[in-house]
Design a protein around this ligand. Structure first.
Ligand code: PLP
Length: 451
């Protein structure tokens, strides 16, 4: 009885006081309220158990309830509860060095709290870098249509999904969009190598805008929220070449793909020889246990901010960025990823999962299955010939059916109206074999009756 009263009160207070992210308000719908979690599973206040096939918001990479992560935060909070990074503290120093080691280069890191902030930081660094290197006119950024880079003004301006932006126009000036390397719906007709054309298009834009005006290109190595777009490794290699040739910084958004999601520690590492100028990270860096993000910059760029005799320092600050407890949690998260050989496991298991999911392509409503590591997209269409996206209602039905069977999956964000037709899965990287089997099996069962 007391539980029910508590539940009623929670729902009432939720409706009145809690503003939910992106969700529409529904007077008569009760939101799912989670109560506890264990591994990749969570339980709601009614006692229903669900497998989280999207790792929260693609961040809960090691699952719920890792005692050693919680203890790392607890001990750090008792020992040094807060300290600003205008000065320094041990967890941030150690984490910045560890990130540089993981990136396999010499990188210096600025810490913030979210992926959006990490990208904002990258834009400011890029503009200042060019300005103090004799190129004050280099201020524009190129990003790809469909991409999501965050919700703050600059990150939203780099985001190229109309529905997320139109109510908030005008965007920040200087953000230009180009086609994604999206083979299934290519912007380049029937061309045999649309990915190469998509990469070369970036060069065309740089030339037409004037390379003296372009500061950077920002991209995810594998577009996640934009619909799981997985180009061949050569795409990023070609973009990197173009950036280098035009003195344009390559900013790789590893907010989703970082820390093992794609079967390598970072997504850009699938393209041998690519060394991004700036790499942004968040989400998996703490496995979602505490907020933290990072903007890591090649030493050659950071060096230009170190000139003591002129005014070259970075005038940027974040009160909570690099919080000692968040850094301690990140260090513990990375320790577990390495100790448990998580990245290798993701790489190995993903082959079986993908080949299972590919069998769905026999269904008339499955246009294409795409994926890498533990990141999967299933593009649903009315029929294979027309490739017309299935309706919002039909995809919502599939997601609801999975939920009834205890599986949470997602779909791609609001790109343009009618194109939210891609089922998305991104299970925790520490999922058990049984968990993964449950994910694949449930998705298959929920899709099959669509035919
Ligand atoms: N970049 C990418 C690729 C993302 O998917 C997201 C969020 O989903 C962000 C940036 C923004 O991260 P945050 O929500 O932590 O600001």
């Amino acid at each position: 009885m007391s539980l029910d009263i508590n539940k009623e009160k929670l729902i009432k207070e939720d409706k009145e006081h809690l503003w939910h992210a992106v969700s529409k308000y529904h007077k008569n719908t009760v939101p799912m309220i989670a109560k506890s979690g264990e591994g990749g599973w969570f339980t709601d206040i009614d006692g229903n158990r669900y497998f989280d096939g999207v790792s929260g918001l693609w961040c809960l990479n090691l699952g719920h309830g890792r005692r050693e992560i919680a203890e790392a935060a607890y001990e750090q909070m008792l020992n040094l509860s807060y300290f600003p990074l205008t000065l320094s503290h041990e967890p941030a120093i150690k984490l910045s060095a560890k990130i540089s080691e993981l990136l396999q280069g010499s990188y210096t890191t600025f810490f913030s709290n979210s992926g959006s902030e990490a990208n904002e930081t990258a834009f400011k660094i890029a503009r200042q870098y060019h300005a103090q290197n004799g190129n004050p006119g280099k201020y524009k950024f190129i990003s790809r249509y469909r991409a999501y880079h965050g919700s703050t003004m600059g990150a939203m301006s780099a985001t190229a999904q109309a529905n997320r932006k139109t109510k908030y126009d005008p965007m920040a000036p200087g953000f230009i969009h180009v086609p994604a390397p999206y083979r299934y719906r290519s912007s380049f007709g029937d061309a045999s190598d649309p990915e190469l054309l998509a990469a070369n298009y970036i060069e065309e834009v740089i030339n037409w805008e004037g390379e003296e005006t372009v500061a950077g290109v920002i991209l995810e190595p594998f577009m996640s929220g934009g619909g799981v777009i997985v180009p061949s490794p050569q795409y990023l290699t070609r973009v990197a070449e173009i950036c280098k040739a035009h003195n344009v910084l390559l900013i790789v958004d590893e907010v989703v793909s970082g820390f093992g999601r794609t079967g390598k520690m970072f997504g850009f590492m699938h393209s041998a020889g690519v060394e991004p100028d700036i790499i942004t990270m968040a989400k998996g860096i703490t496995s979602g246990y505490l907020p933290l993000s990072a903007t890591s910059v090649k030493s050659s760029i950071y060096n230009t901010f170190k000139e003591e005799e002129n005014d070259s320092h970075f005038r940027h600050i974040s009160t909570f960025g690099g919080h000692p407890a968040s850094c301690a949690v990140a260090l513990k998260t990375i320790e577990i990823i390495e100790r448990e050989n998580i990245v290798k496991q993701v790489e190995q298991n993903s082959r079986d999962i993908l080949s299972e999911l590919h069998t769905l392509e026999q269904l008339e409503h499955v246009g294409e299955v795409r994926g890498i590591g533990y990141l999967y997209g299933i593009e649903l269409v009315e029929d294979k010939q027309s490739k017309k996206p299935i309706s919002d209602e039909a995809i919502a039905n599939v997601i609801a059916k999975c939920k009834e069977k205890g599986l949470i999956i997602g779909k791609n964000g609001d790109t343009v109206p009618g194109y939210s037709n891609i089922l998305i899965m991104a299970p925790p990287l520490s999922s058990t074999e049984e968990d993964l089997h449950f994910l694949v099996d449930t998705v298959k069962r929920c899709l099959t009756p669509l035919v």
